[in-house]
Design a protein around this ligand. Structure first.
Ligand SMILES: *[C@@H]1O[C@H](CO)[C@@H](O)[C@H](O)[C@H]1NC(C)=O
Ligand SMILES: *[C@@H]1O[C@H](CO)[C@@H](O)[C@H](O)[C@H]1NC(C)=O
Ligand SMILES: *[C@@H]1O[C@H](CO)[C@@H](O)[C@H](O)[C@H]1NC(C)=O
Length: 575
């Protein structure tokens, strides 16, 4: 999960005990499933339980797929489920994860391309290790290396007419801050197992995904399973710094080999499951917000500061920043958006959601007044606002070089995270329109994104808007289609299997505030999910991106059950 897109984790804000918003998860957003960001008790949720309504009241508004086990390979699945829940298998899984954590594969923001920057060499031992640790995978699957360290494994199915299943992950890790090393209970690359968890950087994000997938397949191969549907694995190696060297090459390589819309479904790292409103919810990410940095540059004539104009370029830029902040985009909780779908599921299946919120959500489709009431309550939470709407933050400002010289230039960088129902164009056009009036007032010509909007001739100075980096919001994965139902049924089966059927999980569509490596794979499938079957009940984030990252052994085994069930279910489903 890319740290630059990670919403900060909420602090220990007081929470209403009976109607608890789940805490943030990492992630991707990283991944962050939208509602999992709803953290604080500031939302008006503090009503007592006597107002809580029955979860079944409008359960139909968020239908649940039945738990799904494979039929054709039912005997194999049962055998594996029994095997996976033995102490011996837990020890084997722990040993695999621990060995992978012991090989540091850090990536840094300032890394140059593969072949130029020597630091990528740290990845080579990890790739060699995989070949030793998963002998059958390396014997039976075809391995294609892309840009040296990107890994595509192809497990050829017997029926080439079926669209393959694509499982993704990344094996690079966030660097351990040197000053934080002594805050780790166990050294960050020890892979220490304390009887409960494997400790170390990458144990969760995302070596649990990569090693979990490979362990599932190694065991399936030991049982002589041969897939009908081709399974493709794509493992990136620089997701934490944007994925440009890894997934940025893997995506095009997959597209060239398989073509557009060629995969039945794609599952990458992402959110997991956590508790909210008295139930456990799993929330596969079906969307990701977009991203744009707008550079706002004001240029005016220089000169000696003893004879100044009324406004220097710094003063003009300041007025523009004030204007932008005074007119920040207003988030709208629109019907039919992933955030609204998720709210609907919490309302439908969370017995402890306050009655007035539940009512407003369930009526929102018919009554604009109810929609607004739900919106107002939900958007009181800053985290949820950020998930729903286009955000804006002035993050960088530069201007001036000398105390006695008028600044010829002043620049601000405005970072936007774009709402799923908006676009890069709508976002940057809005900024331009907001600033046109001020530019005229200060007698500046305007050039926006390479287009001269007002003439430079006869103006005192200029305003230039540009953007070095844009990303559209991801296409939204349908939650009413067969791949979502297959994933949801698989999640319920894995969850229940790991608990002997004593507990259940609700599956609700989730949303990302940030981005995973999937952004390079949009063309490959309409059914892209960001989901890791990570147990985040109680707000446990396993120390992702910080000290004491760890992975509970039982959760890791459950992930392996999830991947195994997913592969077997997808193998026989009509997708
Ligand atoms: C961008 O948005 C503006 C305003 O909504 C519209 O007029 C323009 O045609 C759009 N441009 C592109 C390239 O979509
Ligand atoms: C704008 O600036 C130019 C150049 O300094 C000047 O000639 C012109 O009179 C100014 N226009 C207004 C409306 O102030
Ligand atoms: C599930 O059942 C098995 C065997 O009956 C038992 O050993 C195990 O502890 C149980 N697991 C859970 C999570 O209840």
């Amino acid at each position: 999960m890319d740290v630059k897109h990670t919403t900060e984790l909420p602090g220990g804000a007081p929470r209403a005990r009976r109607a608890r918003w789940p805490r943030a998860i990492a992630c991707a957003g990283v991944v962050l499933a939208a509602f999992l960001l709803l953290s604080s008790g500031r939302v008006r949720l503090g009503c007592s339980s006597r107002h809580a309504s029955k979860p079944s009241a409008d359960a139909a508004s968020c239908p649940q797929a039945n738990p799904l086990v494979p039929k054709a390979t039912g005997a194999l699945w049962s055998e594996l489920a029994a095997l996976h829940t033995t102490p011996a298998f837990l020890a084997r899984a722990v040993a695999q994860l621990s060995a992978a954590v012991k090989i540091p594969t850090e990536t840094f923001d300032d890394m140059g391309p593969v072949g130029e920057d020597a630091r990528w060499a740290s990845h080579a031992p990890f790739v060699e290790h995989l070949a030793q640790a998963f002998p059958l995978v390396h014997q039976k699957l075809a391995l294609q290396k892309v840009n040296t360290y990107g890994l595509i494994y192809t497990w050829q199915g017997s029926d080439a007419t079926l669209k393959p299943l694509l499982l993704m992950g990344h094996y690079d890790v966030v660097p351990v801050a040197p000053l934080s090393v002594d805050q780790w209970t166990y050294p960050p690359y020890s892979g220490h197992f304390d009887g409960e968890s494997v400790w170390g950087r990458g144990s969760s994000d995302d070596k649990s995904g990569v090693i979990g997938i490979l362990t599932s397949i190694e065991v399936l191969l030991e049982k002589n399973f041969a897939p009908t549907r081709t399974v493709v694995l794509s493992f990136g190696f620089d997701e934490e710094v944007g994925g440009y060297q890894g997934a940025g090459y893997l995506g095009p390589a997959l597209l060239e080999r398989f073509g557009p819309d060629s995969f039945a479904m794609v599952v990458d790292e992402g959110s997991g499951y956590t508790d909210a409103f008295g139930a456990v919810f799993a929330s596969p990410g079906i969307a990701e917000k977009g991203y744009v940095n707008v550079n706002v540059e004001v240029q005016t004539p220089g000169g000696h500061s003893s004879v100044p104009p009324a406004h220097t370029s710094i003063g003009i830029l300041a007025a523009m920043i004030v204007h932008l902040e005074a007119h920040a985009p207003v988030p709208v909780l629109a019907l039919g958006t992933p955030a609204f779908e998720m709210a609907t599921c919490f309302g439908a299946h969370g017995p402890e959601m306050p009655h007035h919120l539940k009512r407003a959500i369930s009526r929102a489709g018919k009554s604009e007044k109810a929609r607004r009431r739900a919106e107002e309550m939900l958007l009181e939470d800053r985290m949820f606002r950020a998930v729903v709407g286009t955000t804006q933050a002035v993050d960088i400002v530069h201007g001036g070089v000398k105390s006695n010289a008028l600044p010829e230039q002043a620049v601000a960088v405005v970072n936007h995270r774009i709402a799923t129902q908006s676009s890069v164009n709508a976002t940057i056009t809005r900024d331009t329109e907001l600033l046109l009036g001020l530019a005229a007032r200060f007698n500046l010509s305007v050039s926006a994104y390479g287009q001269q909007l007002t003439p430079a001739e006869g103006a005192y100075g200029s305003l230039t808007l540009s953007t070095p980096l844009t990303l559209e919001p991801a296409p939204i994965t349908p939650s009413d289609a067969a791949p979502f139902r297959l994933l949801a049924g698989t999640i319920r089966t894995a969850f229940q299997t790991a608990r002997n059927g004593t507990q259940d999980v609700v599956v609700a569509p989730g949303m990302m505030t940030g981005n995973t490596d999937t952004r390079f794979n949009w063309a490959l499938s309409q059914h892209i999910f960001r989901y890791g079957h990570d147990n985040q009940i109680g707000g446990n984030l396993h120390g992702i991106h910080t000290v004491n990252e760890h992975m509970s052994a039982s959760n890791f085994v459950e992930m392996i059950i999830f991947f195994t069930t997913l592969i077997l279910n997808a193998d026989e489903a009509a997708l």
